[in-house]
Design a protein around this ligand. Structure first.
Ligand SMILES: Nc1ncnc2c1ncn2[C@@H]1O[C@H](COP(=O)(O)OP(=O)(O)OP(=O)(O)O)[C@@H](O)[C@H]1O
Length: 699
């Protein structure tokens, strides 16, 4: 249904009849509905305002953008109004659903090139319009490309879009993370100089790969790893064996978009002229090839949702762990994956190339899978055949060692350290950072804590298999550790070196492009985002579990930070890597590499503590006016930051000295004033006496 400005859509809920649910987003549910007075089928996105309390500004912006845009390839809002606790956004109904929906239902291995070209041309037109009007979409991905049965394509979801003409806070929002990690441009992750509409061109390139493969690159990895891989690896491309079916112009178009330097990426206008889009066909072609023959959207949605719920239950049984559940939510490629800062910190401490993340995506029928069972019957791990083949290459600990050396240097050469980058994204509740963490619990034996390549025992203790064993071990090892290591240790467990080795080898085997980048090459991705946002309810987390995660204290863009994330306890967990691996054992290169992020984390924590102490000193000074003593107290309390405290102390005493000077100057001034007044008095008296004498003389 095209945008019809003359039509007046009613602003009252009773004028609409809601039918079935056809989509779910971060805090919204989308329904097919009937606009009764106009007798027109529409889609209604119902945003729960209570859930979105922290992001009302974002919602207002989304609705505003949707109402103002006027382009055939952008999803326009007919109108919006509040209905109870919800905000209803009425928009054209796109009965084909999103491209992600369609791929999941019918094309799990990706679409044909002609369809991709046609879809992407329409998306590019939408981007050209947005960019020309100063907007950055910031969430371009297959899940946000909607299509209807006539083959009309519309880019949707302006939930995180930004205007380049914004100032103040809004402008600052362009220096924060926004979007979904796999699709996020490196400059958005780095947050060094902000970013512009070229970030959309990167996401567009990633979307092209998503449409070609059925999933985005790195989609099976945890967020932190996606971040690191995007920053470290050469950009992904269409270079693998399976990509032989694609034309040179398609490959070139993707390569043009996925250049790390945003300045070198083409503008959307320029990209529209790329020869790849000469393959684009008509809307009718899309309707025939993609939408016709599919079950009604509501039915597809219901079916996929049921599949997902079943998988969720299965996965929950496998991994009784919120971390995993949240991970799954992320894996599904939704914009608002439940983000946990501590998870990220811990993942940062476990950076390995080939962490085999259990992926519910892999268990979809679309991808042939292999069910695996360990001897104890504890769990089933699924792997795609591709992964099985690649994991056979797992060998060579030296490679792993080299990888870790390189990883270390690679981390060191980051323009901005990942954790620092993340830190910039969040507001931290003041209450949560002013207590020093207790380190006692963290003093654990390093060997026990940190399975490394040098501890094969850790790899095989559960499986009882040897190094030569193939994918079974490869797949199982990390999962077993995740499952069996007690909670307080879990942050130090993780993927084992075999995984890393496998990855390094795997990479080498993966097509031309891989040879250009021998280290930290992205590996093929075997899984992709799923369809639905995982609702809290389907998470089936008990209130107690929820509480343990901590109340949400801040929501920034699409990220959520809980108080647990920033609590001293969280800090302690995060820091325990240092405590266990620090002075008690010699630091091997891989241990050093694994510890580096933890060290960054501790540094960050210290900076926060220091800020708090400084604030307290200032506050105490104001109250008591006794700078010297309190500076002493403050300084002695902050022994951890002794150097900077010395400087602070020095400054404090200089300040006190200056204040004394000022006081004596004031006193001096007052004395002078007093003298001045006395002199004035004497002068007046003399003047009066003089007058009197003159009067008497005259008389
Ligand atoms: N107009 C529409 N017609 C049909 N389906 C729609 C329409 N709008 C949205 N949907 C479906 O609902 C899903 C969620 O909508 P939307 O993306 O707007 O929500 P969101 O909260 O911004 O989600 P997210 O940011 O997680 O992708 C979409 O992925 C799409 O499948």
């Amino acid at each position: 249904m095209e945008h019809t400005p003359d039509k007046k859509f009613p602003l009252n809920a009773k004028d609409y009849k809601l039918y079935e649910e056809v989509g779910e987003g971060v805090s919204a549910t989308v329904y097919r509905a009937l606009c009764i007075p106009l007798n027109e089928i529409v889609a209604i996105k119902a945003l729960d305002l209570e859930k979105c309390y922290n992001n009302l500004d974002g919602i207002r912006r989304e609705v505003q953008t949707m109402s103002l845009i006027d382009h055939p390839n952008l999803l326009h809002a007919h109108c919006s109004f509040t209905a109870g606790h919800s905000l209803w956004v009425v928009m054209p109904y796109m009965d084909g659903g999103s491209c992600l929906h369609i791929m999941k239902s019918a094309y799990p291995e990706g679409l044909e090139e002609a369809a991709i070209s046609t879809l992407l041309r329409e998306v590019l037109k939408a981007l050209a319009y947005l960019h020309a009007h100063g907007h950055i979409h910031r969430d371009v991905k297959a899940g946000n490309i909607l299509i209807n049965s006539k083959g009309v394509v519309k880019l949707a979801d302006f939930g995180v879009s930004a205007c380049m003409f914004d100032t103040g806070d809004r402008q600052r929002s362009r220096n924060t993370f926004a979007g979904t990690p796999c699709w996020m441009a490196p400059e958005v992750m780095q947050q060094l100089h902000g970013y512009d509409f070229k970030a959309d061109i990167w996401s567009f390139g990633i979307t092209a790969l998503e449409l070609a493969h059925g999933h985005a690159p790195f989609s099976k990895y945890p967020p932190m790893k996606v971040l690191l891989m995007t920053l470290q690896n050469a950009p992904p491309g269409l270079d693998y064996e399976r990509d032989k079916r694609f034309s040179k112009s398609f490959k070139e178009m993707v390569a043009a978009c996925l250049v790390k330097d945003p300045k070198k990426r083409p503008t959307s206008e320029k990209l529209l002229k790329h020869s790849f889009f000469k393959h684009a066909r008509s809307a009718d072609y899309l309707a025939r090839t993609l939408v016709q023959g599919l079950a009604p959207l509501g039915e597809r949605f219901k079916k996929l949702k049921a599949q997902e719920a079943a998988l969720l239950v299965q996965n929950k049984a496998l991994y009784e762990d919120k971390e995993q559940l949240s991970q799954q939510e992320y894996i599904r490629g939704i914009s608002a994956w439940n983000f946990n800062l501590e998870d990220l910190k811990c993942q940062a401490a476990l950076i390995q190339e080939n962490d085999d993340v259990p992926n519910i995506e892999d268990s979809h029928a679309s991808i042939k899978q292999k069910e695996r069972h360990d001897g104890s019957g504890r769990f089933t791990e699924r792997m795609s055949p591709e992964m099985v083949n690649h994991s056979n290459t797992a060998s060579g600990r030296e490679d792993a060692l080299n990888d870790l050396h390189d990883l270390k240097s690679s981390l060191a050469s980051f323009p901005m350290k990942p954790l620092q980058a993340l830190k910039e994204c969040f507001d931290v509740g003041e209450d949560d950072v002013n207590t020093s963490p207790s380190w006692d619990d963290a003093r654990l034996d390093s060997d026990e804590q940190l399975p490394t390549k040098s501890s094969p025992r850790a790899v095989h203790q559960d499986t009882g298999k040897n190094d030569d064993n193939n994918d079974d071990d490869f797949a199982r090892s990390s999962s077993l550790l995740r499952q069996e290591i007690p909670n307080h240790k879990k942050f130090l467990s993780g993927p084992l070196i075999q995984d890393t080795v496998a990855s390094a080898k795997k990479m080498m085997d993966n097509g031309d492009r891989d040879h250009l980048q021998p280290k930290y090459q992205s590996e093929r991705n075997y899984s992709g985002p799923l369809l639905y946002r995982q609702r809290k309810e389907t998470n089936s987390l008990s209130p107690a579990e929820d509480m343990s995660e901590g109340a949400v204290i801040q929501r920034r863009g699409r990220f959520k930070v809980t108080s647990a994330d920033v609590s001293p306890k969280g800090m302690m967990n995060c820091s325990s890597g240092l405590a266990c691996g620090g002075s008690s054992s010699p630091m091997t290169p891989n241990l050093a590499a694994a510890l580096l992020p933890s060290l960054q984390c501790i540094l960050q924590q210290n900076v926060m503590q220091r800020e708090e102490i400084t604030k307290l000193i200032k506050y105490a000074e104001q109250i008591s006016g006794n700078q010297g003593d309190l500076a002493e107290v403050g300084t002695s309390n902050s022994l951890q930051v002794s150097c900077s405290s010395m400087r602070e102390k020095e400054l404090q005493s200089q300040f006190a000295h200056l204040q004394q000077c000022v006081t004596s100057l004031v006193e001096e001034l007052q004395n002078v004033k007093l003298k001045n007044a006395q002199l004035e008095k004497q002068l007046n008296a003399l003047t009066n006496r003089d007058k009197r004498i003159r009067g008497m003389t005259k008389a």
